[in-house]
Design a protein around this ligand. Structure first.
Ligand SMILES: NC(=O)c1ccc[n+]([C@@H]2O[C@H](COP(=O)([O-])OP(=O)(O)OC[C@H]3O[C@@H](n4cnc5c(N)ncnc54)[C@H](O)[C@@H]3O)[C@@H](O)[C@H]2O)c1
Length: 316
């Protein structure tokens, strides 16, 4: 029986604890279980975050084990090694797939039936691994994918155009990593094509601006990691946004990573595309139109992921 008031987080490092802090403030749940191989870490974070509840929402927050998470509506997995300066997300693959082999089977054995939200990197490969190992329906396993990258894109465009980023409709799709791409052809600000809106705001050098903004978004994690060793606030807000879309059955369109079954000619790979997200997880992918060049770039991104996946043993 799924308890709609309960969430669990596996991995209580920078990303897990920031996500827990964001979820505590969200009011979406009244119970939160924190799980980590480092039990002290989980206990310390549970205590620290629970001390904020009198200023927010009443909530039971405690360190626990997989059995405590069995009836959670959502388990967020942020466990694993993080990128070190100079390391790509794909460099992490073998370390984190083996960590997943010690986590996902335990979630399955506990009898979990909720939504599994994967955040650990490389998120597309690990979402695929979690899908294979969890035995859950495909729709119940999703990765945070390019939700954060798309937020970075909206924030950058909002600043460039001096407009509320919530009015910017633009997506980063593909791998959450070096081969991701911005879908410029359909980007708009409240229905006004992006290039028209740029000219309205006095910007005419579209190609140079697009390249700079897309590069800044792609390199944002490297830039932050070189300065403060980790990124966690942006992803914590992305986790909160995803949990809100799921628990409130919003059917909100978010570029999550999920299993492609023939869309855009892609199969047997988890990759990010705009997707309707609701109480059952992935409802369906939205067929955004892509230019020929974007379509080719998406395939290059998928090929880069497939190349890495071909060397990974996904058996639990
Ligand atoms: N998807 C995104 O957009 C995004 C953004 C930022 C970071 N990340 C990823 O999130 C992950 C975590 O990053 P971080 O900065 O919090 O790292 P961190 O090192 O601070 O935390 C990782 C935590 O995982 C725990 N852990 C390790 N093995 C475990 C296991 N077998 N079972 C339970 N817990 C285990 C560790 O004890 C630690 O507390 C990394 O893979 C990172 O690349 C993803």
């Amino acid at each position: 029986m799924v308890n709609d008031r309960k969430v669990a987080i596996v991995g209580c490092g920078f990303v897990g604890s920031s996500s827990a802090f964001a979820l505590m403030q969200s009011g979406l749940f009244s119970e939160m279980v924190l799980i980590d191989v480092d039990r002290d870490r989980a206990e310390g974070e549970a205590l620290d975050i629970s001390h904020g509840t009198p200023f927010g929402n009443p909530m039971k927050i405690y360190a626990g084990d997989y059995e405590d998470a069995a009836d959670a509506a959502i388990i967020v997995v942020t466990a694993g090694a993080a990128q070190k300066p100079g390391e790509t997300r794909l460099d992490l693959v073998n370390k984190n797939v083996s960590i997943f082999k010690s986590i996902i089977p335990r979630i399955r054995e506990a009898g979990f039936e909720g939504i599994l939200l994967i955040v650990s990197n490389p998120v597309d490969v690990l979402t695929y691994a979690a899908m294979k190992m969890s035995g859950l329906p495909q729709s119940h396993v999703l990765g945070s994918g390019t939700v954060l990258d798309s937020a970075r894109l909206k924030e950058a465009l909002g600043a460039h155009l001096d407009v509320d980023p919530r009015n910017v409709h633009a997506y980063i799709i593909g791998e959450h990593g070096d081969s991701e791409l911005a879908v410029w052809s359909s980007a708009n600000v409240s229905g006004v094509p992006l290039s028209d809106f740029c000219e309205m705001r006095g910007h005419y050098d579209h190609l140079a601006s697009e390249k700079k903004i897309a590069d800044d978004v792609k390199n944002a994690a490297y830039n932050i990691i070189s300065k403060k060793h980790a990124t966690y606030y942006g992803i914590a807000m992305s986790v909160r946004r995803l949990c809100t879309a799921i628990m409130r059955d919003e059917k909100h369109i978010l570029p999550v990573s999920s299993l492609m079954v023939g869309e855009y000619g892609l199969d047997d790979i988890c990759i990010s595309m705009p997707t309707i997200v609701g109480r059952n997880g992935v409802e369906c992918r939205v067929p955004v139109s892509l230019s020929n060049e974007e379509y080719a770039e998406l395939h290059r991104s998928a090929d880069a992921l497939k190349d890495v996946m071909s060397n990974v043993d996904f058996e639990a």
